[in-house]
Write a protein that binds this ligand. Structure first.
Ligand SMILES: [Zn+2]
Length: 392
C-alpha cells in the first residue's frame, strides 16, 4: 500500500520532455458486483492500453513509452478478478516504475500520458485522510487496529479473563446478584483499561481519529469511560462483535464511517471557507486568488468541485502559475507554457505541502464561487501590513 513519502515522490517527478520522455499513469478500478453483467474492467483496461499503444506508434520520439505500455499491458492482463484498485506510474526513460494496490474506490479505469504523473485519482482518495485508529471492544476483549488507505493492521489487543471468583459465582448461582456485580465491575475495569490505552496512544500522537466497533448494548458504558480528548476525536461507530468480526468487515465498516465523515467535514469546511472569504477573512475563492495564496504558502485546505478543470499557464523557468493566459511570466519574464488543466499543477503542490485537499460533490455555494476555494493559515497581505508598520 502506498505511503505518504511515496506519494510525495510521485508528486515531485517530472519527465524531461526535451528527450521525449513522458510520465505514464495507469489506474485500475475493479468491477463492482452491480456491473458484473457489463464488460469486465480487466478487458477494458487492456483495450485502453492497446489504444494508447496504437496512438503512441505514430509519434517519432516516444522515449520508452512503448516499452512502458507493453509492461502495463501485462499488468492489466493479470488484474482480471482483482478485487482491489491498482495503479502503475512509469517512465522507463528515467528508470521509474512503481505499482500500488489501492482501495477499490477509484472513479474509473484510465491511462494518462503527460509530463507529470496524474495524481487526481490518488488525491481524491487521500482527501484528508487522518491517521485512524479502530478499536473493536466488548466486555472482556479489545483489539486495536490502524487503518490507512484501506490497509488494516492489528496493533495490539487486550483480553481480561474473568477472575476465577467471578466465574465461579456465575456457575454456582446461590449469589447471582453478587456475581453479576462482580462481572460488571470487571467489565468496567476492562473498559477503563481500553480507554486508558486509547488515551496514551493519542498523547503519543499514534493516531488522530478514532472509530469504535462494539455491540450497541456496550456502547453507553464504554463511551462514558473515554477521556474527553479521545471522545472529541471519535468520528463514528459501528456495530460489531469481537468474537466474530473479520478483518474485511472491520475495514469495510470503518471505511464507510470514514468516507461519510470526510464528505461531511469537507462540506462543512468549504461552507466555512466561503463565509470567511466573504468577510475578507482567512479564505479566498476563485482560481486567481487561490493560485496567489498557494504561492505565498498561505493555504491550509483546498476545496475543489469534483469535476473542476481550468486552463492556466505555468512559467517554464520559475514555476509561477497564472490564471491569465499570458505568454510571459509576471514574476521573471520567461516564457510560460499552457496547462490544459491547472489541477495538474495544483495537486502536486498540495501533496508536497501537506495541504488538505477536498473534492466536493454538489456544493452549490462553491459552484457559485468559481468551483475552487482555499482556507488559509494566515493572510500574507494582512501580516505584511503589520510588519511594515513595525519596521517603519
Ligand atoms: Zn517565472
Amino acid at each position: 500500500m502506498i505511503t505518504r513519502d511515496e506519494i510525495r515522490e510521485l508528486a515531485a517527478f517530472s519527465a524531461d520532455e526535451t528527450t521525449g520522455a513522458c510520465a505514464l499513469s495507469f489506474y485500475f478500478q475493479p468491477d463492482t458486483p452491480q456491473d458484473r453483467s457489463h464488460r469486465s474492467e480487466a478487458i477494458l483496461a487492456k483495450d485502453l492500453v492497446k489504444q494508447a499503444l496504437k496512438e503512441g506508434q505514430g509519434k517519432g520520439r516516444n522515449g520508452g513509452l512503448h516499452a512502458d505500455l507493453d509492461r502495463i499491458l501485462a499488468v492489466a492482463g493479470r488484474l482480471r478478478g482483482h478485487a482491489r484498485g491498482h495503479a502503475v506510474f512509469a517512465c522507463s526513460a528515467q528508470n521509474f516504475w512503481k505499482e500500488f494496490d489501492l482501495p477499490p474506490r477509484l472513479a474509473a479505469t484510465g491511462i494518462f500520458i503527460q509530463s507529470r504523473f496524474q495524481l487526481k485519482p490518488l488525491a481524491s482518495l487521500l482527501g484528508a485522510q487522518p491517521s485512524l485508529r479502530v478499536v473493536i471492544v466488548d466486555r472482556q476483549r479489545a483489539r486495536f487496529f490502524d487503518l490507512r488507505l484501506d490497509e488494516l493492521r492489528e496493533r495490539e489487543a487486550i483480553v481480561h479473563m474473568l477472575s476465577r471468583s467471578a466465574a465461579d459465582y456465575g456457575y454456582q448461582g446461590y449469589d447471582a446478584g453478587h456475581a453479576e456485580r462482580r462481572i460488571s465491575d470487571e467489565a468496567l475495569q476492562h473498559f477503563k483499561a481500553v480507554a486508558g490505552r486509547l488515551r496514551s496512544g493519542r498523547e503519543k500522537g499514534v493516531w488522530e481519529r478514532l472509530i469504535v466497533g462494539c455491540q450497541d448494548s456496550n456502547w453507553p458504558e464504554f463511551e462514558a469511560n473515554l477521556h474527553p480528548d479521545v471522545r472529541q476525536r471519535l468520528i463514528g461507530r459501528f456495530s460489531a462483535d469481537v468474537a466474530s468480526v473479520g478483518p474485511e468487515e472491520i475495514r469495510d465498516r470503518a471505511n464507510s464511517v470514514l468516507n461519510q465523515w470526510i464528505a461531511e467535514r469537507g462540506h462543512t469546511k468549504a461552507s466555512e471557507a466561503l463565509d470567511l472569504a466573504k468577510a475578507n477573512g482567512r479564505a479566498v475563492t476563485g482560481l486567481r486568488r487561490v493560485l496567489q495564496a498557494l504561492e505565498t504558502g498561505e493555504v491550509q485546505s483546498l476545496f475543489l468541485n469534483e469535476n473542476y478543470s481550468a486552463r492556466a499557464v505555468a512559467c517554464t523557468n520559475c514555476g509561477h502559475l497564472d490564471a491569465h493566459m499570458i505568454p510571459e511570466c509576471k514574476a521573471c519574464g520567461k516564457p510560460t507554457r499552457e496547462l490544459a488543466d491547472v489541477s495538474e499543477a495544483i495537486i502536486p503542490i498540495a501533496i508536497r505541502r501537506d495541504i488538505e485537499l477536498f473534492y466536493l460533490k454538489d456544493h452549490a455555494e462553491l459552484d457559485r464561487a468559481g468551483n475552487i476555494a482555499a482556507l488559509l493559515r494566515f493572510r500574507a497581505d494582512q501580516n505584511r501590513t503589520g510588519q511594515v508598520a513595525a519596521v517603519s
